[in-house]
Every structure is written in structure tokens, then in C-alpha cells.
Design a protein around this ligand. Structure first.
Ligand SMILES: O=C(O)CCC(=O)C(=O)O
Ligand SMILES: [Fe+2]
Length: 272
């Protein structure tokens, strides 16, 4: 019968073969709450009156933000929204609630969560806020982390991110040395046919391993992309540069672990 439930085994198979899993948000109320917060803060930043038309269709409002927003103010808006979400006392719990079953099946039930968050806003045709092909493990992240990526609008084709599936990632990693000294763009061109754009409608959440090469390109759709990303890992898995207490906080420490960590051998035992 195995140690995993059928659902867990199925999720594990999908994650290992595709490098990502898409699922409906486990807590739609909390997802809507996050999106509503982003809409209201954005409207306020753009000087729109409370209760204006942004309240009617939050998805359409975000999709069409490029019609109201001056490009030069994009980064200021983005950073203000990140700060606003971080300042709430509910955002991290709400975010976790949206992906909890996936994270528990794919990572574990004793988790640490990134203290901050990433927010991508990609206006149609905007070349200024792109993330070229990369693996986060090449910089400061641990291969034991996963990314929980949550779209606030329907994301597809170039309005979404791309990833190299595990088989293609392994094949291209073996050939990367042939591109050493060349331009990153030449490598990206070479792998172009293997890039898989993730289709993630609003209401779904996406979990992927950032060991795989991924990134984004200019959004060629007529609507704006909005997505959030936060990293999770098992509390006791190896850390890279991003450390516990600094980049990550424990969120689901279990009682047996608390007891174990607090335990001291009585005198006379343990080599004293
Ligand atoms: O959202 C994207 O387009 C890329 C996100 C990314 O690189 C990451 O979360 O590690
Ligand atoms: Fe990344």
C-alpha cells in the first residue's frame, strides 16, 4: 500500500517529472483577500477615490493597469505594495493557506517560509523588469527550497513565466560549458524550443523547484501580468546563503521538535 496516500504519490510523480505542480488555491477567501488588498493599495497609489470602479472587477482592474499607470512609477508602486503586504499581520498566513496542501505533500509539514515576498508586475511590451533564464540555486538559494508562485490575474504564454522541464534542464545543464564565455542571450536562444510557459489562471497556485532554469520574457499579451512568489523549505534541510532567522522563519514547528530542541541531558549522562 505504500507510506503515501494516493494523492501525495500522484503529486510527487507530477512534481518530479514536470518540476512544477499547479493546483486550485486551497483557500480562495484568502486569495481574494490578498488580491483585494493589492487592488485597493494600487488604486490609492494612483490617486483613485475609494469605492471607485477598481472595486467592481478586481481582475480586470489589474489586467488593465497599464492604461492608468505611468511606466516610470511602476517600481515605486511595486515596492510600496510589497511593503504594504509585509506590514499586514495576515499576509503570510493567508499566502500559506493558499498552498498548504501542496507544500505539505511536496516539501513537508515542518516548514520555514521566506519572510519577504516577490511581486512581479509586467506591463505589455515592457522590457525593463525582466528576469532572464536562471536557476536561483546559482545565486543564494538552496536546492531544497520550492517557490509558491501565485498569479493575481490569468497568466499564460509570455504573460507568465517559463521553466525548463527536468529532462530538458538536465540535458542543457550538461551542455552549458560549451556556452561559457558567450552571451547569456545565446544560451537562452539555444534552449528556446524547450522552454515551457506555465499556464496559471487566477484561482490556481503553482509550486516549482527553482533548481530548474526559469525566467520570463517581454509580455506580448495585451494585459498586465501580476504574480507573487515566496519560498518555502523543510526546517531541517540544508541552508544555502539564505539563513534561518534572517531570510526564513519557521512557521509549522511541531511539538515533538520543540521538546527535542529544548531537551537537556540530566547531569551524569551525555559525557559530562
Ligand atoms: O515570476 C517570474 O517570472 C520568475 C520568478 C522567479 O524567477 C522566481 O520566483 O524564482
Ligand atoms: Fe527565479
Amino acid at each position: 500500500m505504500g507510506f503515501f496516500t494516493n494523492d501525495e504519490a500522484e503529486l510527487a510523480r507530477t512534481f518530479l517529472t514536470q518540476g512544477h505542480v499547479l493546483a486550485p488555491a486551497a483557500d480562495r477567501v484568502q486569495l481574494d483577500r490578498i488580491r483585494q488588498f493589492v487592488v485597493e493599495r494600487t488604486a490609492a497609489a494612483l490617486g483613485e477615490a475609494p469605492g471607485g470602479d477598481h472595486g467592481e472587477d478586481p481582475g480586470a482592474y489589474l489586467d488593465g493597469i497599464h492604461t492608468r499607470l505611468d511606466r516610470s512609477r511602476l517600481n515605486e508602486l511595486r515596492l510600496g505594495l510589497i511593503e504594504g503586504l509585509r506590514a499586514t499581520d495576515w499576509f503570510r498566513e493567508a499566502y500559506f493557506a493558499c498552498g498548504r496542501p501542496l507544500l505539505e505533500a511536496l516539501v513537508g509539514n515542518e516548514l520555514v517560509m521566506q519572510r519577504g515576498l516577490g511581486l512581479s508586475i509586467q506591463l505589455p511590451g515592457d522590457e525593463s523588469s525582466l528576469l532572464p533564464l536562471h536557476s536561483d540555486v546559482w545565486s543564494e538559494d538552496s536546492p531544497f527550497e520550492v517557490v509558491l508562485w501565485i498569479p493575481l490575474v490569468d497568466c499564460f504564454r509570455t504573460k507568465s513565466m517559463f521553466i525548463l522541464p527536468p529532462e530538458a534542464d538536465a540535458r542543457w545543464r550538461d551542455r552549458m560549458h560549451a556556452f561559457a564565455g558567450g552571451s547569456a542571450e545565446a544560451f537562452t536562444e539555444a534552449v528556446a524550443d524547450d522552454l515551457h510557459y506555465l499556464e496559471a489562471p487566477y484561482g490556481t497556485v503553482l509550486c516549482f523547484t527553482h533548481t530548474l532554469m526559469h525566467g520570463n520574457r517581454v509580455n506580448r499579451e495585451p494585459t498586465t501580468r501580476w504574480s507573487l512568489n515566496v519560498r518555502f523549505k523543510g526546517l531541517f534541510t540544508p541552508y544555502s546563503d539564505k539563513q534561518l532567522g534572517d531570510f526564513f522563519d519557521p512557521i509549522t514547528l511541531r511539538p515533538a521538535t520543540r521538546i527535542g530542541m529544548g531537551y537537556r541531558m540530566p547531569g551524569g549522562f551525555g559525557g559530562e
